[in-house]
Write a protein that binds this ligand. Sequence first.
Ligand SMILES: Cc1cc2nc3c(=O)[nH]c(=O)nc-3n(C[C@H](O)[C@H](O)[C@H](O)COP(=O)(O)O)c2cc1C
Length: 310
Amino acid sequence: MVDLSVSIGRGAKQELRLQNPVMTASGTFSNGLEFARRFDLDALGALVSKGTTLRPRKGNPTQRTVETAAGMINSIGFQNIGVGALIREVAPTWARWGVPVLVNIMGDTVEEFGQLAERLDGVPGVAGLEVNISCPNVEVGGMEFGQDPATAARVVRLVRRCTGLPFTVKMTPSLSDMRPIAQAVQDAGADAITIMNTIPAMAIDIERRRPVIGNVFGGLSGPAIKPVAMRHVYLVSAVTDLPIFAAGGVTTATDALEFIMAGASAVQVGTATFRDPATPWTVLEGMRAWCDEHGVKSLGEIVGAARRMD
Ligand SMILES: Cc1cc2nc3c(=O)[nH]c(=O)nc-3n(C[C@H](O)[C@H](O)[C@H](O)COP(=O)(O)O)c2cc1C
């Protein structure tokens, strides 16, 4: 049987071991509760929660999603119950599950990331964090935290100080080259890097002569963004020792294996679950079958395989 396990935070106070490299992507699997009745969540590597903020958020005006040629645009606006309610009402259920849950956190300011990390530290049911730096920093007029290496490093240093939990940092695709940010977050103490969030996008309704999305812009996800994410994974994996979690259009085991060969250690399945919620499990089974057929005994053998001739 192939060993698909992945570790993050190796050598840190708390290490997180995923039994396999298939995770759910933030915001596409709610907080997992609705899926627990129908699916074997414990068979997955990890779940990532909805984006969670200090205070509850109602989210953006409708229409919030639209299908595109090879994916979708969403503008949910971080609708969530807030970290307090998450800790009181959701984490106790996670604590009874075998699958580790990472809480995806999002702040309006650098300090808010620290407060979120502190509140979640030591909470039973919370196995780690995913720090979403692909969101606007309200203190500097909305530029994303993840677009500037110094700001990204400030967020990561603060989170590192505020929690013993292992954490991954989720990159923004609003960059032609992610490598300087990846290096900055590695040096600042991140345990892993998630590549990547949705790409800013829009659609027009020609009958109404208006943007389709209530908030005008949204984020593009799904198969359309896979080749973009692939390039970033390939480039970043050459400059970091941290495990990379790849997100962007993963729909089949082939997609997942492409990301692994580009240099990722695990994948996150997002948009594909809207069409078929069983996708994370079919991706996992397909990866296992491919490894068995090709005599691959451990995932490590093929991580970055496509880069080996560099
Ligand atoms: C409806 C929806 C909601 C999302 N919400 C979040 C979120 O709250 N936080 C976050 O970091 N990413 C969020 N994402 C981005 C996904 O986690 C993922 O990075 C992206 O969609 C690319 O993967 P995919 O093509 O498999 O969907 C969301 C994506 C979608 C489609």
